[in-house]
Design a protein around this ligand. Structure first.
Ligand code: MLT
Length: 411
């Protein structure tokens, strides 16, 4: 007999975006002629920057010759990419991150999900509510939580409510926690944490010997000055924070897959004998055992954004999506909806009209104007009554979506 990991059965239903895909497929099969506009999952629609395509084509050619062919690469990533990331994303911004503290991966979803494996099950986790579901679900799967309660929260987790009342900025908990998940620019709310707010978290983590998991996959979307792009902009963060970054939204790599984790060398956890152990070494051990590296061709594509030409092309791509964000923000405001986010992030978070439940609004939007979004409740109980739209659609669909909402949505 094979026993299953019972923790999986604590999870409700399916993964949020699989559930949405299932509902949309059911609607489409009943209404085959309807043109659905998908502003649900944050998946990009525009082609990769030309520099990436050229670099990947060149890398494919290298694979065609025995002299330049590459087999297994270093599990932690090729130096050519780690060096460029350290240079462009950190050193040029006056931040102290070395190339050997950067671990290349096949995307932030895997990194954010896998990181908890190097920590004991006895750690208390704190997560925002609403939250990107991967943080919580992977901790449930690992057995770091109790059961799901009737209020939609899991036992043994410290939730940090983020609502319009606190500008979607999680407050420091009154109790001790060991592992803290923060995401800025935030998925799903599209809001950001200020330097002051982050400083409070860094101070808390240092005082409590906690580790912050800082997901800044959307850092490239920050348009306002003074909003931190990296947690290492805060003094002391190297002693308490792991940072996650991604090429998915920065350069359109959602299908191509590339991301990275930064684990500063001074960051440690405690073993059962009370000794300090560098987390960087544990992550390297994990990755070398379970991961064989991101494809050489993909890493060459990612590297290509780190040139003047590459940076210009990425900027253009991001402007395209941020123009969509503006169109959505303005369109929703015009019909009287309360909107948040969409200024330093590709997500627009809206308050549903007339206190509607998030999933009811999902059905209404799909049925009345054939638009798919993401119900806020899918990100946690505090997301109830909110709804997320993404600016990653193409321009034509984004404009058309707002037109449909203005003329046909009955609110
Ligand atoms: C989202 O829609 O929240 C994201 O696309 C999910 C992800 O990046 O995994």
């Amino acid at each position: 007999m094979a026993y299953i990991n019972d923790n999986y059965q604590k999870l409700p239903g399916s993964y949020l975006f699989s559930e949405i895909a299932r509902r949309v497929a059911a609607f489409q099969s009943k209404n085959p002629s309807v043109k659905i506009i998908r502003l649900g999952i944050g998946d990009v629609t525009q082609p990769l920057p030309k520099v990436c395509i050229d670099a990947m084509k060149h890398a494919v050619d290298e694979m065609a010759s025995a002299k330049t062919f590459r087999g297994y690469g270093p599990e932690q990533g090729y130096d050519f990419l780690r060096d460029k990331i350290a240079e462009y994303n950190y050193k040029r911004r006056g931040l102290n991150v070395e190339a050997d503290e950067i671990f290349i991966s096949d995307g932030s979803k895997c990194d954010c999900g896998n990181i908890q494996e190097i920590f004991g099950l006895n750690n208390k986790i704190a997560i925002a509510d609403p939250v990107y579901p991967v943080y919580l679900d992977t901790n449930v799967m690992a057995g770091r939580t109790g059961d799901l309660k009737t209020d939609g929260h899991f036992e043994d987790v410290v939730y940090l409510p983020c609502t319009s009342d606190n500008d979607f900025s999680p407050s420091i908990p009154a109790e001790h926690v060991d592992l803290i998940y923060l995401c800025s620019p935030n998925n799903p709310t599209g809001t950001t944490l200020s330097k002051d707010a982050l400083k409070k978290w860094v101070d808390y983590a240092k005082a409590n010997d906690s580790i912050i998991f800082y997901d800044s996959a959307y850092a490239a979307y920050i348009t306002e000055d003074g909003v931190p792009k990296s947690i290492y902009e805060i003094d002391g963060a190297r002693d308490c924070a792991i940072e996650f970054r991604s090429f998915s939204k920065t350069a359109g790599f959602t299908g191509t897959r590339c991301g990275y984790v930064v684990i500063p060398r001074e960051l440690t956890g405690v073993n059962k004998n009370g000794e300090r152990v560098p987390l960087k070494n544990l992550w390297l051990r994990r990755q070398t055992t379970k991961f064989n590296g991101t494809a050489y061709i993909v890493q060459r594509g990612a590297e290509a954004i780190y040139s003047d030409e590459g940076q210009a092309q990425v900027k253009e791509l991001i402007s395209y999506y941020m123009d969509n964000a503006k169109i959505i923000r303005e369109g929703l405001s015009e019909v009287g909806l309360q909107v948040y986010g969409g200024v330093n992030a590709p997500y627009i978070w809206l308050k549903t009209p007339n206190e509607m439940k998030s999933w009811d609004f999902f059905d209404k939007l799909l049925n009345e104007v054939n638009i798919v979004g993401t119900p806020g409740a899918g990100f946690g109980p505090c997301g109830e009554g909110y709804f997320r739209l993404t600016s990653f659609g193409n321009r034509e669909n984004t404009v058309e979506a707002m037109k449909r909402i203005k003329s046909n949505l009955n609110i």
